[in-house]
Write a protein that binds this ligand. Structure first.
Ligand code: SF4
Length: 451
C-alpha cells in the first residue's frame, strides 16, 4: 500500500503486466500480470477502513486486466461492488484502465454505485493509428473514440483523465497535430503528458526516426498549454455546482483555510479544492458549493446540512412523474412517487419523516392542487414545487403553483424544465439547491430549458 493521504490509500489489485507495449520495461521487470484474489483485496480494504481510510484508489499496471489469471476469472465490476460494502469506505476510485478492456458492465457499475466515483483514468498514450500500432497498444484510434463516447454516455458526470506521450519514434508533425486536435476536441477533465523515453531492451528503442529531445518537450508543452485552457474552462463551468469534498488538512491560504479534493480530483495527479466555511473535521466528507476556479484548482464554501434526506414526487401525471423519477435516478438521486392522494403522501412521509415533497408535472384542476398543498401543510410536510415542459400551459401552471406556495409560504424553489437530456444536469443542480442550500431561504429559482 502506498499512502495517498491520511484518509486515502492506494490499493493494488494486481502486479506485473501482460500487455507488452513496445516502449515499456515493466513486463520485463515485473513479469506477467498476476491478480490478487478478491478475498485478499477485500481483507486489505477492511483493514484500511479500520485505520480511518475513507477513499480507496484502485491501482495496478492495468486495472481492467484484473482477474484474467485467476480461477473463475473474477470480474473487476464485482470486486468494485464488493468493496462498496465495506463500512467506512466512502469513495472508490479507479486508475489505469486500459482502453481496450473497458466494458459496459464496468461502466454501469461505476454509474450506478454511489460510492464509486464517476472518475476514470484512461491512459490512451496517442491517437494516431500508426503510432498506436508501433506502441503495440492493442487499440486503434476509432476504438479509443468509441470507448470515450461510451464512457460519457453511460456516466454523464464522469471526470475523465488520460495520459499521452509526445515524441514517440516516427511521430511526424502531422501525427503530433492529430493528437493535439484530438485533445482540443475531446476536452479531457485531466491530462498528463510525458515525453517519450528510450528504454534499453524495449522494442521501441530499436525503432527508426527518433524525435529530438527539444522537440519532444516543445510538443509536450504545446499540449499542456491547450489543456490548461480546457481545464480552466471546465473548472469555471463547475462554479455554482455542489461537490462533495474530502477535507485533507489546513491550507496555507488565509482566504480558504482548508484543502481537500472533490470526487473529480484524484490525489497527487489532479488539482485540489480549497475550502472556507464553518470549521470542518479533517478527514470528513462535506458538501461545498464551488464559488471560484483557476486553471487546475477549485474553491468552495461549505454549505450547511439540510435536514431533508429524500424526496417524494407528488403529481396527478404518473407518466411524466416516472420520467422525473428516472432522470433523478440517472444522477443517483432517489425519488418516490405519490399521486395526489392524502393517504399515499402521508405514507411516504411517514416512511421517511425527514423527506420533503416535490410537486411535479401537475396538470389538473388548481383546486385539487390547492387541497393537496393544504394537506401537505397541515401535516407539516415541506414542499418544493416543480413543473415540467416549458410551454405556455405549464408555464401558467407553474405560475399558479408559485402563487399558491407563495401565499402559503411553503416552498423555496420552482423550476420549469423540458424533457431534454440537459435536464439531468439541471436536476442535479436543482437537487443540490434543495438539499444543500438554504431550503428556508424562500428563494425562487426558475430553470427553463424548453429548447
Ligand atoms: Fe503494461 Fe502500461 Fe507498460 Fe503497457 S505501458 S506494458 S499497459 S505497464
Amino acid at each position: 500500500i502506498l499512502p495517498a493521504s491520511a484518509f486515502s490509500a492506494y490499493l493494488k489489485i494486481s502486479e506485473g503486466c501482460s500487455n507488452r507495449c513496445s516502449y515499456c520495461v515493466i513486463p520485463s521487470l515485473r513479469g506477467a500480470a498476476r491478480s490478487r484474489p478478491p478475498d485478499d483485496i477485500l481483507r486489505e480494504a477492511e483493514r484500511l477502513a479500520q485505520r480511518g481510510i475513507r477513499e480507496i484508489i484502485i491501482t495496478a499496471q492495468d486495472t481492467t486486466g484484473y482477474g484474467r489469471n485467476l480461477k473463475g476469472r473474477p470480474r473487476l465490476s464485482d470486486l468494485l461492488n464488493d468493496l462498496t460494502q465495506i463500512k467506512g469506505i466512502e469513495w472508490i476510485r479507479l486508475l489505469y484502465a486500459h482502453p481496450a478492456r473497458i466494458t459496459a458492465d464496468l461502466l454501469s457499475t461505476i454509474a450506478e454505485n454511489d460510492k464509486i466515483c464517476s472518475y476514470i483514468d484512461l491512459p490512451i498514450q496517442h491517437i494516431d493509428d500508426a503510432i498506436l500500432n508501433a506502441m503495440k497498444r492493442k487499440v486503434n484510434a476509432a476504438e479509443i473514440r468509441q470507448v470515450i463516447a461510451q464512457i460519457r454516455h453511460i456516466i454523464p458526470d464522469v471526470a475523465l483523465r488520460t495520459s499521452l506521450i509526445t515524441g514517440f519514434p516516427g511521430e511526424t508533425p502531422a501525427r503530433f497535430n492529430r493528437m493535439l486536435d484530438f485533445v482540443r476536441q475531446t476536452r479531457f477533465d485531466h491530462l498528463g503528458v510525458f515525453t517519450y523515453s528510450r528504454e534499453e531492451g524495449t522494442e521501441a528503442a530499436g525503432l527508426r526516426y527518433h524525435v529530438p529531445e527539444k522537440e519532444k518537450e516543445r510538443r509536450r508543452e504545446t499540449i499542456m498549454h491547450d489543456q490548461m485552457e480546457i481545464s480552466a474552462s471546465i473548472n469555471t463551468s463547475l462554479i455554482g455546482s455542489v461537490q462533495e469534498v474530502i477535507i485533507e488538512g489546513k491550507s496555507d491560504r488565509p482566504d480558504y483555510p482548508y484543502i481537500g479534493r472533490c470526487r473529480r480530483q484524484a490525489p497527487e495527479i489532479d488539482g485540489v479544492t480549497y475550502i472556507k466555511g464553518p470549521s470542518p473535521d479533517i478527514g470528513h466528507i462535506v458538501k461545498c458549493r464551488i464559488t471560484a476556479a483557476d486553471d487546475y484548482d477549485l474553491f468552495g464554501k461549505i454549505i450547511r446540512k439540510s435536514s431533508y434526506t429524500s424526496l417524494f414526487a407528488v403529481s396527478n401525471n404518473l407518466l411524466i412523474t416516472q420520467e422525473f423519477q428516472h432522470n433523478m435516478s440517472r444522477i443517483k438521486k432517489r425519488v418516490d412517487i405519490c399521486l395526489l392522494q392524502g393517504e399515499t403522501i402521508f405514507k411516504a412521509h411517514l416512511a421517511d419523516p425527514s423527506s420533503c415533497a416535490i410537486i411535479v408535472s401537475y396538470s389538473g384542476e388548481t383546486s385539487i392542487l390547492n387541497e393537496t398543498i393544504q394537506y401537505l401543510k397541515a401535516n407539516k410536510i415541506p414542499i418544493i414545487a416543480i413543473t415540467n415542459i416549458g410551454d405556455n400551459t405549464t408555464a401558467r401552471l407553474a405560475d399558479c403553483v408559485l402563487r399558491i406556495c407563495t401565499r402559503e409560504k411553503l416552498y423555496s424553489k420552482i423550476a420549469t424544465f423540458s424533457t431534454d437530456s440537459a435536464i439531468v444536469y439541471l436536476l442535479d443542480v436543482l437537487y443540490s439547491c434543495i438539499f444543500a442550500l438554504d431550503y428556508d431561504a424562500n428563494l425562487q429559482l426558475r430553470i427553463s430549458t424548453s429548447k
